[in-house]
Design a protein around this ligand. Structure first.
Ligand SMILES: [Zn+2]
Length: 65
């Protein structure tokens, strides 16, 4: 299993997929017209974007006065 956070603030479907070139807003594939498939490469991209956004924001407080 790849190491991925449980929660990603950036939705993978708002980005274009680097693997299959799915457009933002589209899923990568539909299985049986029921199950939306999003490639791992796209999720990793969203995680990277998320980390970048978090770094740009305020650093987390360590609870020190
Ligand atoms: Zn894809």
């Amino acid at each position: 299993m790849p190491e991925l956070p449980e929660y990603i603030a950036t939705s993978p479907t708002t980005l274009a997929c680097p693997e299959c070139n799915a457009k933002p807003g589209d899923v990568c594939e539909m299985l049986n017209d029921e199950l939306a498939v999003v490639h791992i490469a796209r999720i990793k991209l969203a995680v990277a974007m998320d980390l970048k956004t978090r770094k740009a924001g305020k650093p987390p407080s360590l609870g020190m006065p």
